[in-house]
Design a protein around this ligand. Structure first.
Ligand SMILES: *Cc1c(COP(=O)(O)O)cnc(C)c1O
Length: 384
C-alpha cells in the first residue's frame, strides 16, 4: 500500500508540473444541481428547478417531432459547417450566413474566442457580477481580467466602463441584459461603451436573453450600431433560453467579418454541433409562436414574483430577462441549502460582495409558487 501511495503522489506531482499554470489556477464552474440529485437526496415529491434560467414551457412540439424523425440518422456525422442552420439563421437575423458561427452552446463560442485571441497577459474587460465564463475562459488563457462593477442601483455603470476602457484592452465582453443582475444597457449607454472601447479590441456582446427584451424601446439594436464600427465584433445568442433547447447545446454568433468566423472555425472542434442540435434549432426557428408564448409567460410571472419579493422586504434588481436577482439579507448559500429541503433549486451567488444575493429563474406558476411558499416558511421559522 505504501508503495502505491508513493506512485500516486509522484503522479500527482508530475501532473502538477505538466499542467499550464493558468489551467491549474482556474476555479471550477458552478454548474448547479440536477433535479434528480436533489430529489434523491431530500426525498421531496416535487422539484422546482429555478437555477439555470431554463424555459418552463420546454421545447416546441415541432422540435420534438423533428428530433424523433432525425433519430434514425444517429450513426451519420453531422454537417461540420452547420450549413442548413446557418442559412436559417441568416434569414432570421438578416446577417449573411458567412458571418455566422454556430457553437455547442454560446459558451462554446466564448471558448473559441478565448483560444483564438488571448495570449498570457492580454487585458480583458468584463462585468461583475457576471456570467462566470466571461471571466474563466480568459483566465484559462492567462489573460488579465478587469471587472467593472454595477452601480448601487444595480444598473450598468457607464462611467466606470468608460474609465476601464480608457486603457488598452484586447477584448471587451458583457451580457446585455446582464446575467445575473438582469439589468439592461439602453441605447445611449451602449453607444457610449462602444465609443469608449479601444479601437484595436474585439467586442463580444452576449445577448443570451435577447428575445426577452428585443421589443423594449430602449434595447439597443446592437447589429445596427456595430455595423458602423470598423473593427471586429461578435454578438452571441443562444437557443438555450427563450427557445427552450438548453439540453441540446446550441448557440450562435453574428460576426463583423467572415474572416472572424474563419478564425473561430480553426480553433473549434470540427463537429462541434451534433446533428440533433442542428435539427432542433432549425425546427425551433419555425415555431416563433412558441417563443412568443414562452416570453409572455415569463414576463408576466416575473413581475408577479418581483412584487412578492419586494413585499417581503427584499431588494430586487430590475430584470429584463427570465430571472430575478435579489438581496436576501443573509448568506445566500445557507438559504439555498434550506430551500433544497423544500425541493427548490436556486442559484446562491458566490462572487465577492454578492454573497447575500440569489438568482432565481422565473418558472411556471407552480414552480414560482413553490419557491415563494418555501421562502415564506423559512422566514417564518427564522422569526419564530
Ligand atoms: C445562459 C447563458 C449563456 C449560455 O448559453 P449556452 O448557449 O447554453 O451555452 C451565455 N451567456 C449568458 C450570459 C448566459 O446567461
Amino acid at each position: 500500500m505504501a508503495s502505491d501511495s508513493i506512485v500516486f503522489d509522484a503522479a500527482k506531482e508530475c501532473l502538477k508540473n505538466l499542467a499550464r499554470p493558468a489551467s491549474r489556477a482556474l476555479g471550477v464552474y458552478n454548474a448547479g444541481l440536477s433535479a434528480d440529485a436533489v430529489q434523491q437526496k431530500y426525498g421531496v415529491a416535487r422539484i422546482a428547478k429555478l437555477a439555470s434560467n431554463e424555459n418552463p414551457l420546454g421545447a416546441s412540439p415541432k422540435v420534438i417531432a423533428a428530433l424523433e424523425a432525425d433519430a434514425r440518422f444517429s450513426a451519420i456525422y453531422p454537417d461540420a459547417s452547420s450549413a442548413v442552420l446557418r442559412a436559417a439563421l441568416a434569414e432570421e437575423t438578416g446577417v449573411s450566413a458567412e458571418n455566422i458561427v454556430a457553437g455547442n452552446g454560446s459558451e462554446d463560442i466564448l471558448h473559441m474566442l478565448a483560444l483564438a485571441f488571448l495570449n498570457p497577459g492580454d487585458r480583458v474587460v468584463t462585468l461583475i457580477p457576471s456570467f462566470g465564463l466571461h471571466e474563466i475562459f480568459p483566465r484559462m488563457m492567462g489573460a488579465d481580467v478587469t471587472l467593472v462593477g454595477v452601480s448601487a442601483q444595480q444598473q450598468f455603470d457607464i462611467e466606470a466602463w468608460e474609465q476601464a476602457l480608457s486603457t488598452p484592452a484586447k477584448m471587451v465582453i458583457f451580457s446585455n441584459p446582464s446575467n445575473p443582475v438582469g439589468c439592461m444597457l439602453g441605447r445611449e449607454g451602449f453607444a457610449r461603451i462602444i465609443d469608449a472601447a479601444p479601437q484595436d479590441c474585439v467586442l463580444v456582446i452576449d445577448e443570451a436573453y435577447f428575445e426577452y427584451c428585443e421589443n423594449e424601446p430602449d434595447y439597443p439594436d446592437s447589429l445596427r450600431v456595430l455595423a458602423e464600427q470598423s473593427r471586429p465584433w461578435i454578438v452571441l445568442r443562444t437557443f438555450s433560453k427563450a427557445y427552450g433547447l438548453a439540453g441540446l447545446r446550441i448557440g450562435y454568433g453574428l460576426a463583423s467579418h467572415p474572416e472572424l468566423v474563419n478564425l473561430l472555425d480553426r480553433v473549434r472542434t470540427p463537429f462541434n454541433i451534433n446533428r440533433s442540435a442542428q435539427t432542433a434549432a432549425v425546427a425551433a426557428l419555425q415555431d416563433k409562436q412558441h417563443v412568443r408564448d414562452s416570453i409572455a409567460l415569463v414576463t408576466a410571472q416575473r413581475e408577479k414574483m418581483a412584487a412578492e419579493l419586494t413585499d417581503l422586504g427584499f431588494t430586487v434588481a430590475p430584470s429584463h430577462a427570465n430571472f430575478l436577482f435579489f438581496d436576501c439579507g443573509q448568506p445566500s448559500a445557507e438559504l439555498a441549502q434550506r430551500l433544497l429541503t423544500y425541493g427548490v433549486i436556486i442559484k446562491p451567488w458566490r462572487e465577492t460582495g454578492y454573497e447575500n444575493w440569489i438568482r432565481v429563474s422565473v418558472g411556471n406558476e407552480q414552480d414560482n409558487r413553490q419557491f415563494m411558499q418555501s421562502l415564506k416558511y423559512i422566514l417564518a421559522e427564522e422569526a419564530a
